[in-house]
Design a protein around this ligand. Structure first.
Ligand code: NAD
Length: 508
């Protein structure tokens, strides 16, 4: 690991603050990053105080004046070069993601692949920031709309996708002509610093102005500064619904824009017409992948009563084969939770299930022993519950899968929609009518609705996000870029008279 830290230039510095090219140690509190894999200290970072924060935002303001004038395809080319850098450092960054956050090495590498993919997407996008033209109702007039950069984009990210979420926002924002200030999760500061190091060479060789890529390591307080800062027209925040409500209110209070990507409570409906050999692995991956710490993790399984026992038994068997342990070992399926607080949330949720009369098809357990020294490893469990129970309505960021029985598809859809969150959903069925009903306007109310694939593992090409308490934001593919720009409607009179709209006469 030391080798990797050296290559990513983590070991040589505890610099938590950066304006793209210049980095320095902040004057705020020290943040220590311990690996949930083995409990060892990876590094310490000096976080930002208010003065550091103002320096970074000030540099971003200056940089915006120049960056917005760089032609979009040229900005795209710089993003292309960044993609090349991430290709070069994929193994090192992927390994650090795995070690600092605790997800499997495959998933760590997959997260860096997402950065590479969004870079490629953004390069193409840099030539496609299209507006529309309209026909004016007035003679000799032309109307069109164009999209301009919005300014500084503040990015607040969560621990579970410590680098991909940054890239979804930043790569699009950069080709759109914006500059970015990133506050990563205080639980994963080192991966953030590594990203800043990886792109530095590209910034330097292209004379990109200081301040295009700001990084401020710090806790909740720094996120609050961003949310209240009128210099920041857009705050893109990924994390819990609790955090999103606070950010949404703060940004809304100053009539800024927020893009919120918050918690999910994702369900799969397993119909009696499901292809079970397809469904079972999708359910298991969705429920236990990243140790249940994905916003799109499968948390609820809504199973037709006629196949309920069969599905339950198959899942119990599959869970029996799961290997839990060091996520850097490719043989293991499930790594640790992020920290001891997450283990406590898991324990509290399973205790609530027990208290409400739920039963466990696969028992929960906190694992101990030499292989689980960090104290953050838990056993993925399966509980039989009722959808309306508070613990089921709430997102617990851990591998707990809830089983619920249904009779009719209408009932299943009502159960699937009957939670406060609206991120990802899926149905397994080979019945065309069922699939179409699920996808119809009377079907799933989520931002993502899949047929015959699970709830997690979205591709970057589609717009990513969800409804209700998930916050309503969309990131990544499709036309999500529009959130990072301001729209301007233009009317040009190339005639010799001044006709007014709506036929209004005004004669002097
Ligand atoms: P969290 O809400 O605890 O923290 C997320 C970020 O918000 C951190 O950087 C934190 O410092 C900051 N923050 C916390 N309180 C804040 C406040 N009042 N003002 C400003 N910033 C504040 O979340 P977490 O534990 O890091 O991540 C897990 C959560 O993130 C889960 O709920 C998960 O579903 C969600 N998530 C959602 C998506 C999505 O795209 N919808 C993606 C990843 C994670």
């Amino acid at each position: 690991m030391q080798d990797i830290l050296n290559k990513l230039r983590i070991a040589e510095s505890n610099h938590g603050i950066s304006t793209g090219l210049a980095t320095w140690a902040g004057q705020g509190e020290e943040i220590a990053s311990y690996s949930p894999v083995d409990g060892k200290l990876i590094g310490k970072v000096q976080s930002a105080n208010r003065q550091d924060y103002d320096t970074v935002v000030g540099q971003a303001q200056e940089a915006f004046k120049t960056w917005r004038l760089v032609p979009a395809p040229k900005r795209g080319d710089i993003v292309r070069q960044m993609g090349e850098q991430f290709r070069k450092y994929k193994t090192e960054l992927g390994t650090l993601v795995s070690y600092e956050m605790g997800k499997s090495l495959q998933e760590g590498l997959g997260e860096v692949q997402e950065i590479i993919d969004i870079c490629d997407f953004a390069v193409g996008l840099s030539r496609q920031l299209y507006g529309l033209t309209m026909h004016s109702e007035r003679p000799s007039h032309r109307m069109y709309e164009q999209w301009h950069p919005i300014g500084i984009v503040g990015i607040i990210s969560a621990f579970n996708f410590p680098v991909a979420v940054w890239s979804w926002n930043t790569m699009l924002a950069w080709v759109c002509g914006d500059v970015c200030v990133w506050k990563p999760s205080e639980k994963t500061p080192l991966t953030a610093i590594a990203c800043q190091h990886i792109i530095q060479e590209v910034l330097k060789s292209n004379d990109v102005p200081e301040g295009v890529s700001g990084l401020i390591v710090g806790g909740r307080e720094v996120g609050e500064w961003l949310s209240h800062d009128e210099r920041i027209p857009l705050v893109s925040a990924t994390g819990s619904t609790r955090m999103g409500k606070a950010v949404g209110q703060a940004v809304g209070g100053r009539l800024g824009r927020s893009l919120l990507e918050l918690g999910g409570n994702n369900a799969i409906i397993v119909s009696q017409h499901a292809d079970l050999p397809l469904a079972i692995p999708a359910i298991v991956f969705g429920a236990v992948g990243t140790a249940g710490q994905r916003c799109t993790t499968t948390r609820r399984l809504i199973i037709h009563e006629s196949i309920y026992e069969d599905v339950k038994n198959q899942l119990v068997k599959a869970y029996g084969q799961l290997r839990i342990g060091n996520p850097l070992d490719a043989h293991n399926h499930v790594g640790p939770l992020i920290d001891e607080a997450a283990v406590q949330s898991y324990q509290s949720a399973v205790a609530q299930v027990g208290a409400l009369g739920g039963t466990f098809a696969v028992e929960p357990r906190v694992l101990s022993g030499d292989d689980f020294g960090s104290g953050c490893y838990v056993k993925p469990c399966i509980a039989e519950v009722e959808n309306h129970w508070p613990v089921v309505q709430h997102e617990t960021f851990a591998p707990i899968l809830y089983l619920i029985k249904y009779k009719t598809l209408d009932e299943a859809i009502a159960l699937q929609n009957g939670v406060p969150q609206g991120l990802s959903s899926a149905i397994f069925t080979l019945h065309l009518r069922e699939a179409e009903q699920f996808l119809s306007q009377a079907g799933s109310d989520c931002g993502i609705a899949n047929v015959n694939i699970g709830t997690s593992g979205a591709e970057i090409g589609g717009a990513f996000g969800g409804e209700k308490e998930t916050g309503g934001g969309r990131e990544s593919g499709s036309d999500a870029w529009k959130a990072y720009m301001r729209r301007q409607t233009n009317t040009i009179n190339y005639g010799t008279t001044l006709p007014l709209a709506q036929g209004i006469k005004f004669e002097l």
